[in-house]
Design a protein around this ligand. Sequence first.
Ligand code: SDX
Length: 381
Amino acid sequence: MTVQDKELVPGLAGIPAAESSISYIDGQAGILEYRGHRIETLAEKSNFEETSWLLLNGELPTKAQLNGFRKKLNGYRGIGDDVVEVISKLPKQGHPMAALQAGLAMLGMESPVIDVHDAAQREDACARLIAATPTLVAAFARARAGKPFVAPDPNLDTAANFLYMLNGQKPDALEAHVLDVCLVLHADHTMNASTFAARVVASTEADPYSVCASAVGALKGPLHGGANERVLEQLEAIGSAAAVPAWLEKMSASKGKIMGFGHRVYKTKDPRAKRLQTLVREVREKLGSTPVYDTALALEDAVVAKLGAKGIHPNVDFFSGIVYEKLGIPTDFFTPIFAIARVTGWLAHWCEQMDGNKIFRPGQIYTGVHDATYVPIDQRG
Ligand code: SDX
């Protein structure tokens, strides 16, 4: 059977692109597992560093392994003065995800060139990328705000360090914990578009910095990680719970996509959306009300009533922005936070791809012409 005889599957929906043991989704039941552990358990009992170890190594770390990993991350959080300097010169009107792509490329330029077939060198590169990605994101935020770069504090973990480098002051324990839970929830999600992009680039034996920079490009899109930023804009545009019915009517009439809803795999409420929703409640109780939350609840009820039967429910992006806004994070930095977490998943997939790698080179169904005649330019109509 030739490629021409095969049937096209748009977006490769449901077509296996790899075998993987990193994470698992049951879209009908709304289940997500990292290395067999339910996401609800990890969000409650684990933390980003432990979850990163789990995703990278396949099992929970011992105390010694976790302490060693934390120490390694703390040693790799810094970025070179040249990188800080260039980030401070990037176009301020540019999107922070573009700045992160540039930052990851530069991180690769100042890091050791590795043999992608050497597991120990891969492990070291993973630690460098997981450790330094938050620093790259915070560096652009500070530069854009006209504030001096804040170097990472070796005594803080990933979530606390990011808030410290962003705001120039140590975060309170609640804020750091809330962000840490968000990072756990966003760390991996089977063969999503940005992870697939990572695997394709990995399959060419490119370096891990290029793998992650490519994945950032995919995550930036509004149909993928870029949705979280647009959800908040959407809720602010709706304005109030009372305005939801009219807004939804108009959106449905124009066949527009409602940001934060729907999923290729989940046909019920995303389990991460459920945990993020409880985080919103926790944050509201302790840090004050979030006006957009009432609009969000009304929108969820209305959309599920109208489209729930089609499997359209809230996804991970629906509540995350409300949490980040309460933490004082600028809206266009919501997706970079998604990337700070997902870099672990992309790297776990990079390592898995390198074990028994085969370069991705799919076919196509050709719909063009053959044997075209070359007409000289002065004879073309
Ligand atoms: C993420 O893949 C992952 O795992 C991604 C992610 C991860 O952790 O990596 O979970 C993170 O990207 C979450 C998704 C964030 N994106 C959005 O919130 C943007 C809005 N959502 C949609 O664009 C859409 O739901 C997708 C892109 C998420 C999924 O699209 P599919 O699977 O390609 O479905 P589709 O576009 O073919 O839609 C099927 C039907 C259509 O109706 P019909 O033409 O059949 O009548 O459902 C409708 C769509 O119009 N539909 C929506 C909708 N999503 C699907 N209608 C209105 N609003 C929506 N959000």
